[in-house]
Write a protein that binds this ligand. Structure first.
Ligand SMILES: N[C@@H](CCC[C@H](N)C(=O)O)C(=O)O
Length: 285
C-alpha cells in the first residue's frame, strides 16, 4: 500500500489516497501501520481525497490507536499540501469536508505556508460529551480532579474536543502524566485532547500537548486553535497569537465569534510502501 508521509512541525501523518485503497485499513491494521517500531510510524492516517457533496474534497482523520478524529489542524495543512503536491489544487482557496465541519484552506508562498479557516470555537459543554458540572458561556472554567489534585480547566471544541489547563509553568513530563489522566477522565466519555498552556505575553503562548488517541505530540493545529481561543477568552491574550510548541510555531488569528484562522507549514518526508508482511505484528488489546 502506498503512503505519503508528511510532518507539520513534528506532528506526522501518513496520507492514504483512495485511488490506492478503496477503503480504510481495519482498526488493528491502522495501529500496526502507525506503530513507530513495527510500522511506518505516524501520529495518524489521513484518508482522502474523498468525494463530498458539501465541499471540494472529503477527508477522514484516523488516530494511531485506530479511533477517528473529527478534525486535525496539522492534518488539514498536510492534506492541503498533498493536494498541492499531486496537482489537485494550486493557489486558489478550496474547501475540505471533515467530521468536525467544512474548512477552507489556502496554500501560499509555494506551499511554504498554509492557512486553514478552522471554524468557530464553541465553549459550551453540550458540544462535547462531558459528565459532571455544566460549563456555559457564563460559567467558563471548571474544577477537575486528576492525579490527586484539582485544577481549573477550560473546555473548547473546534470540531474536535479540547481541555486546556492554564499554568505559570508547563513541561513535557506533566503533559505525559496529567495529559494521559485527563484524556480518559470519566468527565469525558468521548475522551479529550489536552493542552497545558503558559502565557508568554499578549501575543504569544506556549503549550505542551497530549492528544486523544495519539499521546504526546510535538505540535497540534487544533490544540493551538483551542488554546489560543481560551487565552483570548479569559482576557490574557489579544486576537493574533503565536503558539510555541516543542516542534515549532503556528500563527492563530481569532476573528468574530471565535472563528479561527491557523497558519503554518507542512513538509513532505517520504513516499513509501507498507508491506503487508508487517501486518503480522500482534496488537495489544
Ligand atoms: N494533531 C491534530 C489533532 C488530531 C486529532 C486528535 N488526536 C483528536 O482525536 O481529536 C491537530 O493538529 O489538530
Amino acid at each position: 500500500m502506498n503512503y505519503a508521509k508528511y510532518h507539520a512541525l513534528g506532528n506526522d501523518y501518513l496520507v492514504l489516497d483512495p485511488k490506492d485503497a478503496s477503503e480504510l485499513p481495519a482498526k488493528d491494521d491502522i495501529v500496526r501501520i502507525c506503530h513507530r517500531n513495527f510500522g511506518l510510524g505516524s501520529d495518524g492516517i489521513l484518508y482522502g481525497p474523498l468525494k463530498s457533496d458539501k465541499a471540494d474534497f472529503g477527508l477522514r482523520i484516523m488516530n494511531p490507536d485506530g479511533s477517528e478524529a473529527e478534525k486535525s489542524g496539522n492534518g488539514l495543512r498536510i492534506f492541503a499540501r498533498y493536494l498541492y503536491d499531486t496537482g489537485a489544487v494550486k493557489n486558489e482557496a478550496f474547501t475540505v469536508d471533515t467530521l468536525g465541519g467544512v474548512v477552507t484552506c489556502k496554500i501560499e508562498d509555494g506551499a511554504e505556508s498554509i492557512t486553514v479557516d478552522m471554524g468557530k470555537v464553541n465553549f459550551a459543554m453540550n458540544h462535547i460529551p462531558v459528565d459532571g458540572p455544566e460549563q456555559s458561556d457564563h460559567n467558563f472554567g471548571q474544577p477537575l480532579s486528576f492525579n490527586g489534585k484539582t485544577q481549573t480547566v477550560y473546555i473548547a471544541d473546534i470540531g474536535n474536543p479540547h481541555c486546556v489547563v492554564v499554568q505559570d509553568e508547563i513541561s513535557a513530563q506533566q503533559a505525559h502524566e496529567d495529559g494521559a489522566a485527563i484524556e480518559v477522565h470519566e468527565a469525558f466519555p468521548n475522551r479529550t485532547n489536552v493542552q497545558f498552556l503558559k502565557v508568554i505575553d499578549r501575543n504569544n503562548i506556549q503549550i505542551e500537548i497530549w492528544e486523544r488517541g495519539a499521546g504526546y505530540t510535538l505540535a497540534s493545529g487544533s490544540s493551538s486553535s483551542a488554546s489560543a481561543a481560551v487565552a483570548h477568552r479569559i482576557g490574557l491574550c489579544d486576537r493574533d497569537i503565536t503558539v510555541h510548541m516543542p516542534g515549532g510555531k503556528i500563527g492563530i488569528h481569532i476573528g468574530d465569534d471565535f472563528a479561527i484562522r491557523m497558519t503554518g507549514p507542512a513538509t513532505h518526508v517520504a513516499s513509501m510502501q507498507f508491506d503487508d508482511e508487517a501486518l503480522g505484528f500482534k496488537v495489544e488489546a
